[in-house]
Design a protein around this ligand. Structure first.
Ligand code: ATP
Ligand code: MG
Length: 337
């Protein structure tokens, strides 16, 4: 368990807002020379108004592909199935034009590398105001005032002057703040953030994520954040989704997942995370075995080869993700919610 205190520091979870995004049985597959492989396997979850949900799981577990599919940004050799409804309208497999019409500026995404979203040849002012002019019909000068105010809110010093600069004139941390400003400018209902700060140094990461969470809470924006940092999840999130091999292994509130993990993979993940509040003697625990490499289609539980609780059926049959009705759910027949 991470060192950071949890409930005390997190803002009170929003009262169970209505779901703004409902993902049901979503799968993502990629075509490789040897055939189709599954990267995300029948994933279902809701994102409710104003809540912050953390998505964790080791490299290759499908975190980015979930977010990219929701934004219509799947690679050309990819396909997705299932459903994802934003305000009741289907997002999956729509053309970019249809997607734009459905979500307008109400869904936005922050990537690991700000340069993915920022155009190096355009002044920050033009990039920030473009969306306000296009989606909210503001005049150039009105839009610029809103953009400056947003840069102030993400604590860019001298925003009025700096808004004239080009992205390369900002430091890495400042660029990431500009990205956050851009993503939140239209007060979106949903923000998808894929490891938004891993390129930055640790202290800057924490500040920026806290700022992002604070602004999102202010605007009642629902956030899904992918991060490897369980401390960040503990501090900022209301709920956690634990992925392994493209499947949801467990989900629940932050407190439930951190204080009472049920799935053997979640337990392994928490045990392999350093805690500052405990003196660690010797090496940290690791999960024995190798992460799954390519996602061939297998009938059983993807964690089975590394699981200490496995029984024969785990190899041949994936257990259902069974919930207790409160949002807590575990996909393990040996350890139930
Ligand atoms: N265009 C593609 N073609 C084939 N396989 C792909 C493609 N894009 C992603 N994959 C595979 O999909 C799986 C899930 O990838 P994804 O990027 O979602 O992982 P991730 O959980 O975000 O990992 P990381 O923590 O390293 O970012 C991986 O096995 C990856 O190799
Ligand atoms: Mg990723």
């Amino acid at each position: 368990m991470p060192s950071t205190p949890m409930s005390a520091e997190r803002a009170a979870p929003p009262d169970a807002g209505r779901p703004v995004l409902s993902v049901a049985e979503m799968s993502v597959q990629f075509k490789l020379p040897q055939g189709w492989v599954t990267a995300v396997d029948r994933v279902s979850f809701d994102l409710r108004q104003g809540e912050i949900v953390g998505i964790v799981g080791e490299s290759g577990s499908g975190k980015s592909q979930i977010l990219l599919s929701l934004m219509g940004l799947l690679a050309s050799n990819g396909r997705c199935s299932g459903s994802a409804a934003f305000e009741g309208q289907q997002l999956l497999n729509r053309s970019p034009k249809e997607l734009d019409a459905i979500r307008g500026s109400a869904m936005s995404m922050i990537f690991q590398d700000p340069m993915t979203s920022l155009n190096p040849y355009m002044r920050v002012s033009d990039q920030l105001t473009e969306v306000l002019i296009a989606h909210q019909g503001k005049s150039k000068s009105e839009a610029e005032e809103v953009a400056i105010e947003m840069l102030d809110r993400v604590r860019i010093p001298e925003a009025r002057r700096r808004i004239r600069m080009y992205p390369h004139e900002f430091s890495g941390g400042m660029r990431q703040r500009v990205m956050i400003a851009m993503a939140l400018l239209c007060r979106p209902e949903v923000l998808l953030a894929d490891e938004p700060t891993t390129a930055l140094d640790v202290t800057v990461q924490a500040q920026i994520l806290e700022l992002m969470a604070e602004l999102a809470r202010d605007m009642k924006t629902a956030v899904a954040i992918v991060t490897h940092d369980l401390g960040v999840i503990a501090r900022l999130c209301d709920r956690v989704i634990v992925l392994y091999g493209g499947r949801i292994m467990e989900q629940g509130s932050v407190d439930e997942i951190f204080y009472n993990p049920k799935h053997p993979y979640t337990k392994g993940l928490l045990a392999s995370t350093p805690r500052l509040d405990e003196k660690v003697h010797g090496a940290l625990k690791t999960i024995a075995g190798q992460p799954r490499a390519a996602m061939g289609d297998i009938p059983g539980c993807p964690f089975e080869p590394r699981c200490t609780l496995k029984v024969e059926r785990c190899r041949t049959e994936m257990p259902a993700l069974l919930g207790d009705g409160s949002g807590r759910a575990v996909a393990c027949r040996e350890s139930k919610a």
